[in-house]
Design a protein around this ligand. Structure first.
Ligand SMILES: [Zn+2]
Length: 288
Protein backbone atom coordinates (compact mmCIF):
# COMPACT_ATOMS: atom_id res chain seq x y z
CA UNK A 1 0.00 0.00 0.00
CA UNK A 2 1.10 3.56 -0.63
CA UNK A 3 0.97 6.26 2.04
CA UNK A 4 -2.37 7.55 0.77
CA UNK A 5 -3.95 4.12 1.24
CA UNK A 6 -4.13 3.54 -2.52
CA UNK A 7 -3.26 -0.06 -3.33
CA UNK A 8 -0.68 -0.86 -5.98
CA UNK A 9 -2.14 -1.35 -9.47
CA UNK A 10 -1.72 -5.13 -9.25
CA UNK A 11 -4.08 -5.22 -6.28
CA UNK A 12 -6.79 -3.43 -8.24
CA UNK A 13 -6.18 -5.72 -11.24
CA UNK A 14 -6.75 -8.78 -9.07
CA UNK A 15 -10.24 -7.48 -8.25
CA UNK A 16 -11.05 -6.03 -11.66
CA UNK A 17 -13.63 -8.65 -12.62
CA UNK A 18 -15.53 -8.27 -9.32
CA UNK A 19 -15.41 -4.47 -9.54
CA UNK A 20 -16.87 -4.57 -13.08
CA UNK A 21 -19.59 -6.94 -11.92
CA UNK A 22 -20.43 -4.71 -8.94
CA UNK A 23 -20.43 -1.57 -11.09
CA UNK A 24 -22.87 -3.28 -13.48
CA UNK A 25 -25.23 -4.16 -10.63
CA UNK A 26 -25.14 -0.55 -9.39
CA UNK A 27 -25.60 0.89 -12.88
CA UNK A 28 -28.69 -1.22 -13.63
CA UNK A 29 -30.35 -0.72 -10.22
CA UNK A 30 -33.36 1.54 -9.60
CA UNK A 31 -32.70 1.60 -5.87
CA UNK A 32 -29.55 1.73 -3.72
CA UNK A 33 -29.35 0.11 -0.28
CA UNK A 34 -26.10 0.99 1.53
CA UNK A 35 -24.75 -0.67 4.68
CA UNK A 36 -21.70 0.64 6.52
CA UNK A 37 -19.45 -0.44 9.38
CA UNK A 38 -16.27 0.89 10.99
CA UNK A 39 -14.15 0.05 7.92
CA UNK A 40 -16.02 2.68 5.92
CA UNK A 41 -14.70 5.50 8.12
CA UNK A 42 -11.08 4.32 8.32
CA UNK A 43 -10.30 5.98 4.97
CA UNK A 44 -11.40 9.32 6.44
CA UNK A 45 -8.51 9.04 8.90
CA UNK A 46 -10.68 7.93 11.84
CA UNK A 47 -8.63 5.32 13.76
CA UNK A 48 -9.80 1.72 13.67
CA UNK A 49 -10.58 1.11 17.35
CA UNK A 50 -11.22 -2.62 17.14
CA UNK A 51 -7.51 -3.37 16.83
CA UNK A 52 -5.82 -3.04 20.22
CA UNK A 53 -2.68 -1.55 18.66
CA UNK A 54 -4.66 1.08 16.73
CA UNK A 55 -6.67 1.94 19.81
CA UNK A 56 -3.64 2.30 22.10
CA UNK A 57 -1.78 4.39 19.53
CA UNK A 58 -4.62 6.92 19.68
CA UNK A 59 -5.20 6.52 23.43
CA UNK A 60 -1.92 6.00 25.35
CA UNK A 61 -3.70 6.36 28.76
CA UNK A 62 -5.76 3.28 27.87
CA UNK A 63 -2.57 1.31 27.18
CA UNK A 64 -1.24 2.22 30.63
CA UNK A 65 -4.45 0.85 32.16
CA UNK A 66 -4.38 -2.18 29.83
CA UNK A 67 -7.93 -1.56 28.62
CA UNK A 68 -9.10 -1.90 25.04
CA UNK A 69 -11.93 -0.31 23.08
CA UNK A 70 -14.51 -2.91 24.09
CA UNK A 71 -13.71 -2.21 27.77
CA UNK A 72 -13.79 1.55 27.73
CA UNK A 73 -16.79 1.86 25.42
CA UNK A 74 -18.88 -0.45 27.60
CA UNK A 75 -21.83 0.02 29.90
CA UNK A 76 -19.98 -1.34 33.01
CA UNK A 77 -16.97 0.94 32.42
CA UNK A 78 -19.25 3.94 32.10
CA UNK A 79 -20.52 3.25 35.61
CA UNK A 80 -17.07 2.41 36.99
CA UNK A 81 -15.22 5.46 35.65
CA UNK A 82 -17.67 7.98 34.16
CA UNK A 83 -15.05 10.76 33.91
CA UNK A 84 -12.88 8.56 31.67
CA UNK A 85 -15.82 7.25 29.64
CA UNK A 86 -17.02 10.78 29.06
CA UNK A 87 -13.46 11.90 28.24
CA UNK A 88 -13.09 9.10 25.71
CA UNK A 89 -16.48 9.83 24.12
CA UNK A 90 -15.70 13.54 23.86
CA UNK A 91 -12.33 12.74 22.26
CA UNK A 92 -14.03 10.45 19.69
CA UNK A 93 -16.51 13.17 18.92
CA UNK A 94 -13.70 15.65 18.28
CA UNK A 95 -11.88 13.14 16.04
CA UNK A 96 -15.01 12.65 13.92
CA UNK A 97 -15.42 16.40 13.58
CA UNK A 98 -11.75 17.04 12.75
CA UNK A 99 -11.86 14.59 9.83
CA UNK A 100 -13.92 15.01 6.69
CA UNK A 101 -16.05 12.25 5.18
CA UNK A 102 -13.84 10.82 2.41
CA UNK A 103 -14.57 10.97 -1.31
CA UNK A 104 -16.30 7.56 -1.15
CA UNK A 105 -19.20 9.09 0.79
CA UNK A 106 -19.65 11.69 -1.95
CA UNK A 107 -19.50 8.99 -4.64
CA UNK A 108 -22.26 7.05 -2.85
CA UNK A 109 -24.32 10.23 -2.56
CA UNK A 110 -24.03 10.88 -6.32
CA UNK A 111 -25.04 7.28 -7.07
CA UNK A 112 -27.97 7.57 -4.65
CA UNK A 113 -29.10 10.82 -6.28
CA UNK A 114 -29.14 9.12 -9.68
CA UNK A 115 -31.55 6.43 -8.41
CA UNK A 116 -35.25 6.43 -7.61
CA UNK A 117 -34.53 6.17 -3.90
CA UNK A 118 -31.89 5.00 -1.42
CA UNK A 119 -31.41 4.04 2.23
CA UNK A 120 -28.35 3.98 4.53
CA UNK A 121 -28.00 1.45 7.36
CA UNK A 122 -24.94 2.15 9.50
CA UNK A 123 -23.33 1.03 12.74
CA UNK A 124 -21.16 4.17 12.79
CA UNK A 125 -21.97 7.15 14.98
CA UNK A 126 -19.75 9.63 13.10
CA UNK A 127 -22.69 11.04 11.10
CA UNK A 128 -20.59 11.17 7.90
CA UNK A 129 -23.57 10.12 5.74
CA UNK A 130 -25.52 13.05 7.19
CA UNK A 131 -22.60 15.38 6.50
CA UNK A 132 -22.48 14.60 2.77
CA UNK A 133 -26.21 15.22 2.45
CA UNK A 134 -28.02 11.88 2.79
CA UNK A 135 -31.53 12.58 4.09
CA UNK A 136 -31.72 11.88 7.85
CA UNK A 137 -35.16 10.30 7.41
CA UNK A 138 -33.58 7.62 5.20
CA UNK A 139 -30.76 6.63 7.54
CA UNK A 140 -30.89 3.90 10.19
CA UNK A 141 -28.31 4.38 12.94
CA UNK A 142 -28.30 0.97 14.60
CA UNK A 143 -26.01 2.08 17.43
CA UNK A 144 -27.91 5.30 18.12
CA UNK A 145 -26.66 8.85 17.98
CA UNK A 146 -24.43 11.00 20.15
CA UNK A 147 -26.55 14.05 19.32
CA UNK A 148 -28.84 13.08 22.21
CA UNK A 149 -28.27 12.14 25.84
CA UNK A 150 -30.16 9.79 28.14
CA UNK A 151 -30.17 8.97 31.85
CA UNK A 152 -27.64 6.32 33.02
CA UNK A 153 -30.15 4.73 35.43
CA UNK A 154 -32.32 5.19 33.28
CA UNK A 155 -35.15 6.78 35.27
CA UNK A 156 -37.23 7.33 32.10
CA UNK A 157 -37.10 6.78 28.34
CA UNK A 158 -36.54 10.47 27.53
CA UNK A 159 -33.57 11.66 25.47
CA UNK A 160 -32.46 15.27 25.06
CA UNK A 161 -30.08 17.47 23.06
CA UNK A 162 -26.52 18.05 24.25
CA UNK A 163 -24.25 21.05 23.87
CA UNK A 164 -20.86 19.38 23.43
CA UNK A 165 -19.07 22.76 23.44
CA UNK A 166 -19.62 23.04 27.21
CA UNK A 167 -17.52 19.90 27.82
CA UNK A 168 -13.74 19.57 27.92
CA UNK A 169 -11.22 16.80 28.56
CA UNK A 170 -7.53 16.18 29.21
CA UNK A 171 -5.96 14.28 26.32
CA UNK A 172 -3.12 12.91 28.49
CA UNK A 173 -5.33 11.30 31.11
CA UNK A 174 -8.44 10.89 28.94
CA UNK A 175 -10.49 12.33 31.82
CA UNK A 176 -13.35 14.79 31.44
CA UNK A 177 -12.28 18.07 33.09
CA UNK A 178 -15.72 19.66 33.22
CA UNK A 179 -18.69 18.35 35.23
CA UNK A 180 -20.43 15.54 33.31
CA UNK A 181 -23.99 16.24 32.13
CA UNK A 182 -26.74 15.10 34.46
CA UNK A 183 -30.24 13.82 33.92
CA UNK A 184 -32.75 16.71 34.09
CA UNK A 185 -35.40 14.29 35.45
CA UNK A 186 -33.57 12.65 38.40
CA UNK A 187 -30.15 14.41 38.52
CA UNK A 188 -28.22 11.13 38.07
CA UNK A 189 -25.34 10.99 35.57
CA UNK A 190 -26.33 11.34 31.91
CA UNK A 191 -24.70 9.54 28.96
CA UNK A 192 -24.84 9.67 25.17
CA UNK A 193 -27.75 7.79 23.62
CA UNK A 194 -25.29 5.43 21.89
CA UNK A 195 -25.23 1.64 22.24
CA UNK A 196 -22.04 0.58 24.02
CA UNK A 197 -20.64 -2.93 24.58
CA UNK A 198 -22.45 -4.96 27.31
CA UNK A 199 -24.98 -2.18 27.48
CA UNK A 200 -28.30 -3.13 29.08
CA UNK A 201 -29.38 0.46 29.68
CA UNK A 202 -29.36 1.98 26.21
CA UNK A 203 -32.69 3.50 25.19
CA UNK A 204 -33.06 2.39 21.58
CA UNK A 205 -36.42 4.02 20.82
CA UNK A 206 -35.04 6.35 18.13
CA UNK A 207 -33.29 3.45 16.37
CA UNK A 208 -36.45 1.32 16.53
CA UNK A 209 -38.40 4.15 14.96
CA UNK A 210 -35.83 4.35 12.14
CA UNK A 211 -35.97 0.56 11.71
CA UNK A 212 -39.78 0.66 11.44
CA UNK A 213 -39.60 3.35 8.78
CA UNK A 214 -36.95 1.31 6.99
CA UNK A 215 -39.17 -1.80 6.98
CA UNK A 216 -41.93 0.20 5.27
CA UNK A 217 -39.37 1.49 2.75
CA UNK A 218 -37.92 -1.99 2.13
CA UNK A 219 -41.41 -3.38 1.45
CA UNK A 220 -42.09 -0.58 -1.02
CA UNK A 221 -39.02 -1.61 -3.07
CA UNK A 222 -40.25 -5.16 -3.75
CA UNK A 223 -40.20 -5.99 -7.45
CA UNK A 224 -37.65 -3.27 -8.20
CA UNK A 225 -33.99 -3.75 -9.05
CA UNK A 226 -32.16 -3.06 -5.78
CA UNK A 227 -28.36 -2.82 -5.49
CA UNK A 228 -27.28 -4.00 -2.03
CA UNK A 229 -23.82 -2.76 -1.10
CA UNK A 230 -22.10 -3.28 2.26
CA UNK A 231 -18.87 -1.47 3.16
CA UNK A 232 -16.39 -2.13 5.96
CA UNK A 233 -18.77 -4.13 8.16
CA UNK A 234 -16.83 -6.68 10.23
CA UNK A 235 -17.63 -9.95 11.94
CA UNK A 236 -17.04 -8.78 15.55
CA UNK A 237 -20.36 -6.93 15.62
CA UNK A 238 -21.94 -8.69 12.66
CA UNK A 239 -25.43 -7.07 12.59
CA UNK A 240 -24.84 -5.16 9.35
CA UNK A 241 -23.46 -8.28 7.60
CA UNK A 242 -26.39 -10.48 8.69
CA UNK A 243 -28.97 -7.94 7.64
CA UNK A 244 -27.36 -7.26 4.27
CA UNK A 245 -27.13 -10.98 3.45
CA UNK A 246 -30.87 -11.13 4.18
CA UNK A 247 -31.69 -8.07 2.07
CA UNK A 248 -29.69 -9.31 -0.93
CA UNK A 249 -31.56 -12.66 -0.73
CA UNK A 250 -34.93 -10.91 -0.42
CA UNK A 251 -34.32 -8.79 -3.52
CA UNK A 252 -32.76 -11.67 -5.50
CA UNK A 253 -29.47 -9.88 -6.06
CA UNK A 254 -25.82 -10.51 -5.23
CA UNK A 255 -24.54 -8.79 -2.10
CA UNK A 256 -21.65 -6.43 -2.95
CA UNK A 257 -19.45 -6.85 0.13
CA UNK A 258 -16.47 -4.50 0.24
CA UNK A 259 -14.20 -5.51 3.08
CA UNK A 260 -10.42 -5.47 3.07
CA UNK A 261 -9.92 -8.37 5.50
CA UNK A 262 -13.30 -10.15 5.70
CA UNK A 263 -14.83 -10.21 2.19
CA UNK A 264 -16.14 -13.77 2.57
CA UNK A 265 -19.82 -14.70 2.38
CA UNK A 266 -22.19 -17.19 0.79
CA UNK A 267 -22.19 -18.16 -2.92
CA UNK A 268 -24.22 -15.06 -3.80
CA UNK A 269 -21.75 -12.68 -2.16
CA UNK A 270 -19.56 -10.61 -4.41
CA UNK A 271 -16.69 -10.07 -1.98
CA UNK A 272 -14.12 -7.43 -2.81
CA UNK A 273 -11.04 -7.40 -0.54
CA UNK A 274 -10.12 -3.74 -0.95
CA UNK A 275 -10.50 -0.60 1.19
CA UNK A 276 -13.89 1.11 0.82
CA UNK A 277 -12.55 4.30 -0.73
CA UNK A 278 -10.40 2.42 -3.28
CA UNK A 279 -13.32 0.22 -4.36
CA UNK A 280 -15.75 3.12 -4.64
CA UNK A 281 -13.28 5.16 -6.72
CA UNK A 282 -12.61 2.19 -9.01
CA UNK A 283 -16.33 1.45 -9.52
CA UNK A 284 -17.03 5.12 -10.07
CA UNK A 285 -14.40 5.17 -12.84
CA UNK A 286 -16.09 2.19 -14.47
CA UNK A 287 -19.46 3.94 -14.28
CA UNK A 288 -18.27 7.21 -15.89
ZN1 LIG B 1 -32.72 10.12 35.24
Amino acid sequence: MNDDNTPQPWALDAHRESLIWAANIIEKADVLLIGAGAGMSVDSGVPYFRSKRGFWKTYPPAEKLGVNYADIASGPWFHQDPAMSWGFILHCKRLFEQHEPHEGYHILKRWADSKETSWVYTSNVDRYFHRVGFQPERITEIHGSDLRLQCTVPCCRETWDVDWSTLDMDEDTLQLTTPPPRCPYCNELARPNVLMFCDQRWIGDATREQENRMTTWLNAQRGKSVAVIELGAGTIVPNVRFQFERYARAYGTRLIRINLSEPQGNEDTLGIALPALTSLRAMNQLLL
